[in-house]
Design a protein around this ligand. Structure first.
Ligand code: NDP
Length: 288
């Protein structure tokens, strides 16, 4: 069997286009564009590229982009003061602080300072709590994008066995919460899991968010499973995911490639969350 390759680029382009149209309607109703502020501290090369891409995508989706680049030696007080100013700024609907932050800064304290109603990354403990308890909030962009790809591929997810490999606050845990809310039977695997292969043997859905190149082997995948590879690993062979793509593609029903799978959905979901934030903050109903 050869798996369907899930085209995250196409799905993301479609979502960005929808968001762009709805952003125009918001501007017509409110007299201003939805606004996303992105804060980058320091010169990390990968982060700098991410921030530039987010800015471009924001403008292309008919939204306002506010980029704040601070020097690497920025103090905690200076960064908190910027977050406070963005919290107060009515033109700003979403605030994203690009991680990782330089060592002298306390990332958790910064993320917790962001107004939860502007927390379009969904990392604030209030939004994590809302997700865990089934309340409306902001869901982290990467797992949200994964869920959208799964729904496109599988439709109804109820009753399916899902194994999420990884339990980080930004991917694994919110992914497991979303799949639980979608009525999957969810297993969360991590570095202390015994016999991962035995868990994966029952998985109709596999989400790999480990951070290790080609870690999930093709022979561990249940025939006919849907495999979502979140991993981005830079190797001598270029960018590779957390799944052995060739091996898994020969048994799975569908699989995301790296690059071109989950990655593009992450930015599209960030724009979507910003659009939702703009509507919630102004009370304008999102007609989607
Ligand atoms: P973290 O390093 O925060 O978490 C990795 C998780 O994998 C941990 O829970 C860890 O377990 C688990 N793990 C490590 N080794 C093993 C093992 N041998 N067996 C089972 N589980 C293991 O990573 P992130 O969640 O932030 O990111 C994961 C990957 O996704 C990375 O490659 C990252 O680059 C990529 N990523 C991609 C994004 C995108 O837009 N496509 C966005 C965000 C991340 P434990 O908790 O026990 O340590």
């Amino acid at each position: 069997m050869t798996a369907t390759i899930i085209d995250g680029k196409a799905a993301a382009a479609a979502l960005r286009a929808r968001v762009g149209t709805l952003a125009e309607a918001f501007t017509a109703d409110s007299g201003r564009k939805p606004g996303l502020a992105v804060v980058l501290v320091g010169e990390d090369a990968a982060s700098s590229v991410y921030v530039r891409n987010k800015g471009k995508a924001t403008l292309a989706a008919n939204m306002a982009s506010f980029e704040h680049r601070l020097p690497a030696d920025t103090s905690q007080a200076e960064l908190i003061a910027l977050v406070d100013a963005l919290n107060r700024d009515d033109k700003v609907d979403g605030i994203l602080v690009q991680l990782p932050l330089p060592d002298q800064l306390d990332a958790q304290a910064v993320l917790t300072r962001i107004d939860p109603e502007k927390d379009v990354d969904g990392f604030h403990p209030v939004n994590a709590g809302r997700l865990a308890t089934g309340l409306n909030g902001f869901v982290p962009c990467t797992p949200l994008g994964c869920l959208m790809l799964l729904r496109d591929q599988l439709g109804e997810l109820a009753g399916l066995n899902a194994v999420v490999v990884g339990r980080s606050n930004i991917v694994g845990k919110p992914m497991a919460a979303l799949l639980t809310a979608a009525d999957c039977t969810v297993t969360i695997a991590h570095s202390r899991t015994r016999n991962l292969a035995a868990h994966l043997a029952h998985a109709d859905i596999v989400v790999a968010a480990v951070g290790r190149a080609k870690f999930v082997k093709g022979e561990w995948i249940k025939p006919g499973a849907t495999v979502i590879d979140v991993g981005i690993n830079r190797t001598e062979d270029g960018l590779v995911g957390d799944v052995d793509f060739e091996g898994a593609a020969s048994v799975a029903a569908a699989i995301t490639p790296v690059p071109g799978g989950v990655g593009p959905m992450t930015i599209a979901c960030l724009l979507r969350n910003t659009l939702v934030a703009a509507h919630r903050r102004t009370g304008i109903v999102l007609d989607a």
